[in-house]
Design a protein around this ligand. Structure first.
Ligand SMILES: [Zn+2]
Ligand SMILES: [Zn+2]
Length: 135
């Protein structure tokens, strides 16, 4: 039994093929919206609706399997929480999401602590601007 299946079962859910296929898409690509996931999996599951994709993502989010990112686009993007920790920079021209290293943010948090005494235990930062192709 996979770890994912085990986690779902322990909460009383089954790992259906649909749920599995949604997770598989997120294993292949990061920062997908529900609609992008729907477009990719609906070929294999013609009976699958967009609302099911949303419900599945909500469930996976609740179980801590996916991370939900809001880049101010009016919809969320999803990625697996098993990805190494990173932050995002989003291009406002083409919508591309670039990842950057967590350590830079740890350095920043440390600087803030030094200056203000504020101890950061959680941070999530998105940079907004233009990517190298658009700038
Ligand atoms: Zn990411
Ligand atoms: Zn761009």
């Amino acid at each position: 039994m996979s770890e994912l299946e085990h986690l779902l079962r322990s909460r009383g859910y089954r790992l259906t093929n649909q749920r599995r296929s949604i997770v598989r898409e997120l294993e292949v690509s990061r920062h997908l919206s529900a609609e992008e996931i729907y477009d990719r999996v609906k070929g294999g599951y013609p009976e699958l609706g967009l609302s099911t994709v949303y419900r599945t993502l909500d469930l996976l989010h609740e179980l801590g399997i996916v991370r939900k990112d809001d880049f101010g686009e009016g919809y969320s993007r999803y990625e697996l929480t098993t990805e190494r920790l990173h932050h995002h920079a989003r291009c406002r021209e083409c919508g591309k999401v670039i990842e950057f290293n967590e350590e830079l943010m740890e350095y920043l948090a440390l600087q803030v602590e030094r200056e203000t005494g504020f101890v950061t235990d959680w941070h999530e930062i998105t940079l907004h601007g233009r990517c190298n192709e658009c700038s």
